[in-house]
Design a protein around this ligand. Structure first.
Ligand SMILES: [Zn+2]
Length: 138
């Protein structure tokens, strides 16, 4: 049961590449990938986007970051989002470096602070998937 959305669809369908990421969300752990040269990347993929290495590992991120940018959706992008407007689509720069697009929740759409500190706010949208949304910190 989603805490933040009236209708949590569409729910992600894991692929062989993204399955470890989504499995960890069930335990409210945010995973990123890091290659042997130390490049950290998100979204999940088969190779490092910096050096194309296929030798990388998953590691757990802090779940903290800063709001890089955002937009307020006042008109739904699809019927699944109709009951959620207005909602805040956010670009978060994670402490570890990668930028993640998500929703900013527990925030006033008319009072959002660029570069404000945020932390992950897990939303259990199905028995198998939790969405990593973000909320203002403090
Ligand atoms: Zn790399």
């Amino acid at each position: 049961m989603s805490k933040y959305r009236k209708n949590p669809n569409p729910i992600p369908v894991p692929t062989p590449v993204t399955k470890p990421f989504w499995d960890a969300t069930r335990e409210h752990r945010l995973l990123l990938q890091r290659c042997g040269k130390g490049h950290v990347f998100y979204y999940p993929r088969t190779h490092c986007p910096e050096c194309l290495s296929v030798e990388w590992e998953w590691f757990e991120a802090s779940g903290r970051g800063r709001l890089y940018s955002y937009t307020v959706a006042r008109r739904a992008q699809g019927p699944e989002f109709a009951e959620d407007v207005p909602y805040i689509i956010a670009a978060i720069t994670l402490e570890e470096g990668p930028r993640m697009t998500s929703l900013l929740v527990e925030a006033d759409p008319d009072n959002v602070a660029i570069d404000g500190a945020v932390e992950v706010a897990w939303d259990d949208v199905s028995p198998d998937i939790s969405m990593p949304y973000f909320r203002p910190l403090g």
